[in-house]
Design a protein around this ligand. Sequence first.
Ligand SMILES: [Zn+2]
Length: 220
Amino acid sequence: MLRNKIFVGIILFHFLLIFLFIPGLLFNIDSSKDCENGSGYTLFDFEHRTLPITYSFNSSVPQMIKDQTVIALEIWDNLISINLFERNNTDFTLFFEHRKISPEDRLFYDLDNPIGYADIYRNRSNNGDFDYFYNATIVFNLDYQFEDLEFSCNIWDSILSNKTVDILSIALHEIGHVLGLDHTLMYSLTMSPSYQGTFQKTLAQGDINGFNELFGGYEI
Ligand SMILES: [Zn+2]
């Protein structure tokens, strides 16, 4: 079934890796400093069209994840005052699931056990000038405990909490992919490829710059 999806369009995936210790050791974050710095960003290297969007949760997604995910959508939306929630005149739908990552998925994506990931399906326009997204699914891995954790600059919080992760941080990251942002190497940004801690529940300047590059001046 997964293979069949590829024939519908080109499939892209991005994910959060469990990679907690090494960044903390390398950068030695001091919690007394501003932990969200860096203005860089990376965009997907193709055209995108993700706005306006509809979204839906499958029935297994817990209410707490739903609530935090809606907040994540609103955070992105507030950056440029457009309506991500427009329900008319759109064919882009964003789905959310909360489930185990199947052995087939792990093999296909060459991932061990990501916290979450986004399947983004894209298609080519009729005249072939650009590719565009036409729907996406964000999966929250049932193997992790998602909670609404208090903001902290301390990277060690995320390590001490074992498999407990901050849901808003994960939701912001995955929705960032859906909106057109790729990973950046800056560990302090929400779009870092790894979960670093609860400070990723707010956007750093690089995340904002990337989004403005994508959607600045966009009108619906
Ligand atoms: Zn990612």
